[in-house]
Design a protein around this ligand. Sequence first.
Ligand SMILES: Cc1ncc(COP(=O)(O)O)c(C=O)c1O
Length: 471
Amino acid sequence: MEQGQAGAAAVDQVGRGADFLQLDPASAPAHGLAGWLTAAVRDAITDGRLPAGARLPATRVLAGQLGVSRGVVVEAYQRLTDEGLLSGRRGGGTGVLATSPRPAAVRAETAPVRVPIDLRPGLPDLSAFPRQAWLRAERAALARTPDHALGYGDPRGTLELRAALATWLGRSRGVRADPTEIVVVNGVAQGLALIAQVLARRGVTTVGYEDPGSRGTRDQLERWGLTLEPVPVDDRGLDVDALTATGVGPVFVTPAHQYPTGGVLAPERRRALLEWARAADGRLVIEDDYDAEHRYDRAPVAALAAVAPEHVVHVGSVSKTLAPALRLGWVVAPRDVREELVARKQWSDITTPALGQLALAELITSGGFERHLRKVRARQRDRRDALLDAVRLHLPGTRVHGVAAGLHLLVGLPDGADDAAVAERALAAGVAVQPLSHHRLRPGPPGLVLGYAATTPDRLREGVRLLADAM
Ligand SMILES: Cc1ncc(COP(=O)(O)O)c(C=O)c1O
């Protein structure tokens, strides 16, 4: 209620006009108007002029006030939606979804903003980052690193990390790769960007993409010029018959824990997908090994690259096991793809920063990484159970999907429900959730994606209670 009133006040405040932007339309640049406006709105969110829950003026209204075309405002809102700062829905308004982190000095000068309970997926529990173990790993790695290793390194990454990953991926994911066959990248995001470039160079314009599938990855691939052909996903993962019918060559999949539905690719579908890949030239499975390490009630499923390495490009990172801030990931690819990928990596940034790689290698080889995973797995299981219990109590009759693994689950909504509208009402009530429609390429059944890794059981229960009230 309190949050709703704060939101309503913000609506009034913002609805009056573009004052919150503190922009002088006369200072608008001749080119790059959308970037100019995006930066201004982002600043307003960052320094608290626009609190979470505030509603932005309609695109037509703001365009009129600033004297720019409506397309400029639409583009700016879209960019900020992609950044996770705004939420928009067709026919409805656009609201501030999150306040972005601010430097402490700025934070201290502005009135505190009540942060809603944030159940949006995408982050591990950052408070669980093993700071002491990481510090020890950094010290040990630095003490052992000779001066010459501080120069420009191998574009594939340090040998230390590639060797540690070769052992780790073999043991935990069944991927048999020599250190020379692994490329260290700045997270899955860079891995996918490089793969998109390799595909484009091969003349690929259209790729298969899970529907629903990660909105962030989809936006990224589209910005690299790929057209995504939607391939439906159900509780057993990607529909391989539908994939075959599309006629595409490469396909991007999240087989270990489908994002966002949470399903694991069923054994018969795994076989069918690999048969599909083997059946014709130009077919390639790009395996985003998302959330593979977080399993609770079932034995781990080996990566697809463990079974058919010549047809699979395997991509992973420590963003969901340690922290996205490390920007450390890896690609294991068939030789021809790998060679092109390494060239592109070199042309992009020469190589991934070495010190973080060396610390991660130390953390893995010392056993600290595995100890950390065991610790967070137990905590995450408790949180998942708390969330499940709360959903059963407060949202009886809803179907829950994807509970066996990962850091989020999916709550199905009744047919015809508008999940974006539910998410907006929930936000006004103080709990941020993600509508499944955000990740859809084509319309489909509605749902809410709820992340639980970063929220304590009490806050999870409170969040679901607020969500139920909003529904
Ligand atoms: C589907 C998917 N894969 C991978 C990642 C991790 O990306 P990165 O390793 O670049 O942090 C994300 C991030 O949220 C994601 O949504």
